[in-house]
Design a protein around this ligand. Structure first.
Ligand code: NOJ
Length: 540
């Protein structure tokens, strides 16, 4: 493998449960992914991040793992997985596995043994504490609501769970546990995978006694050890999920001299529609100027030693076009604008399944339609606090994780959107009749084709991968930047808003590489940008 191949890669994220069901049980599976590798090759992506498909009771859709070395039968078998790795490789696509090592399922044999008594060898694989005055050891809260401590009456102690109580936290202070994790990672590396996406990795250095959970003191030491004992010498790609990263922290992870990770996901831009410090359910309107400031801060901040990941959405976030664009009258224009803006920045771009056709959020009208454990827990908490149903459903429709998890919309003329022939595990977005892959493949002007073109530019122009980045001064709601390398200059302009904007730059008349309003020539000295208009021009 070429060293640093991931700097040139475009990663596509597959949420397997919702991608394609090949065996008519309403649940997506590995064969369904294999059946669509040609589609992904046509799009041009070169790496595939798969959400977890290991054995799991499915409390948190696979992020509660009961066996790291087996594929859950709902997705297929290890033979299918190996076939997927091999078939993807033939198409120039590397498989990135999701590595969930902050916690396991409570059904993992380690945890079952850990619960048997206080002295067994697995006790210390997890985080156990004595009650304090007959109560929880402290005030730590779980991300999914309620206390992060659960009492085990058999052994008289509490265990830590930062997510659901069926997801007990692993104790990374225990070197035996760390060795067991590295062994499991090497098991996967030997199968020929291209790397790992490391789930909530900034939590592994936790210290529940001081309540410092993210960015704990041993975090980077553990990552260096992991790097050395697993992927370090193999040119694999690694991307850490780090909700608490600042550009300074992100550089610690991604500076090649420190031998930790290739890059991290930071989430600052995805939280701009939340009230400061009040969590994901406290919503406020997105301010475009703030969005520009934050994205620019990360572009500038990680230079020259770090490396950015570039993404708008994933399986935990609302759909890109619903969160950052306009998923109604300007759906096509704003989806293309978001693609142009992001894919010409410096870093490794990620596409979440369905983003390439502009899939939207999928509103529900009652809690009975909701599947996600996080939304359901929040619903009950808010009900107890006295909120009414409408208010809570509005929050779920805005930020709930099911929005991104509805089945992939392949076909407009088939029940269940061509995802499955049977009723899917989660409702299909009714807009599949007009938003689907089939129609977009036939339309040369589709969102899909904008993504395809952008991926192609990245492959053909080293400038897009390595060129310098600088912000260009424009109106607040217009984001413009320059990429430069060896005398080549690319200007990218995006109107983030639904209002007309004026652009005046001393670059004369130019022909765009790509645009979302089909323009032949642009007079940059004086140009009126239409709602969500975006283009990239090479400056001559
Ligand atoms: C982050 C994952 O992306 C999310 O889906 C999951 O619920 C939590 N980590 C817990 O594993």
């Amino acid at each position: 493998m070429e060293k640093d191949w991931w700097k040139k890669a475009v990663v596509y994220q597959v949420y397997p449960k919702s991608f394609q069901d090949s065996n008519a049980d309403g649940i997506g599976d590995i064969r369904g992914i294999i059946n669509h590798l040609d589609y992904l090759e046509d799009l041009g992506i070169t790496a595939l991040w798969l959400n977890p498909m290991y054995c799991s009771p499915g409390i948190d859709n696979g992020y509660d793992i009961s066996d790291y070395e087996q594929i859950d039968p709902i997705y297929g078998s290890m033979k299918d997985m190996q076939l997927l790795i091999d078939e993807a490789r033939k198409r120039g696509i590397k498989i990135i596995m999701d590595l969930v090592v902050n916690h396991t399922s409570d059904k993992h044999p380690w945890f079952i043994k850990s619960c048997q008594d206080r002295t067994n060898k697995y006790r210390d694989y997890y985080v156990w504490r004595d009650p304090v005055d007959g109560h929880e050891p402290n005030e730590l809260q779980s991300t999914f609501g309620g206390s992060a401590w659960e009492f085990d009456s058999q052994t008289g102690q509490y265990y830590l769970h930062q997510f659901s109580k069926q997801q007990p936290d692993l104790n990374w202070q225990n070197s035996k546990l760390r060795q067991a994790i590295y062994k499991m990672m090497n098991f996967w590396i030997e199968k020929g995978i291209g790397g790992f996406r490391l789930d909530v990795i900034d939590l592994i250095g936790k210290n529940p006694d001081t309540m410092q959970m993210a960015n704990g003191k041993d975090l980077h030491r553990f990552l260096q050890e992991m790097n050395q004992q697993t992927f370090g010498k193999k040119s694999l790609m690694t991307v850490g999920e780090t909700w608490g990263a600042t550009p300074e922290i992100a550089k610690l992870y991604s500076d090649p001299q420190r031998h930790e990770l290739s890059m991290v996901f930071q989430f600052e831009h995805t939280q701009l529609d939340q009230q400061d410090g009040q969590g994901k359910w406290s919503i406020k309107p997105l301010n475009f100027y703030e969005l520009k400031k934050v994205l620019n801060k990360w572009q500038v901040g990680l230079n020259p030693t770090g490396w950015n990941s570039l993404f708008w959405n994933n399986h935990d976030l609302p759909r890109a076009v619903s969160a950052f664009g306009n998923d109604q009258e300007y759906r096509v224009e704003s989806a293309k604008m978001l693609a142009i803006l992001l894919h010409l920045m410096k870093g490794t771009p990620y596409i979440y399944q369905g983003e390439e056709i502009g899939m939207t959020n999928c509103p529900v009208s009652s809690i009975d339609e909701v599947n996600d454990v996080e939304s359901i827990n929040m619903y009950h908490e808010k009900k107890n606090e006295g909120f009414n149903d409408n208010e809570i459903i509005r929050l779920i429709n805005h930020r709930g994780r099911d929005n991104a998890r509805t089945p992939m919309q392949w076909k407009g003329d088939q029940k269940y959107a061509g995802f499955s022939s049977q009723k899917p595990w989660l409702h299909v977005n009714p807009n599949y009749k007009t938003i689907n892959v089939d129609d977009q493949l036939r339309d040369s002007n589709s969102i899909y084709n904008t993504y395809k073109e952008l991926i192609d530019y990245r492959k053909k122009h080293l400038l897009v991968v390595e060129g310098s980045y600088s912000l260009v001064d424009t109106a607040d709601d217009v984001y413009a930047y320059l990429r430069e390398m060896d005398g080549q200059k690319l200007l990218v302009v995006a109107n983030l808003s639904g209002k007309d904007q004026t652009l005046k730059l001393d670059y004369g008349v130019q022909q765009p590489w790509i645009s979302n309003y089909n323009i032949e020539k642009i007079n940059l000295n004086d140009y009126k940008l239409r709602p969500y208009e975006a283009f990239a021009v090479e400056i001559h």
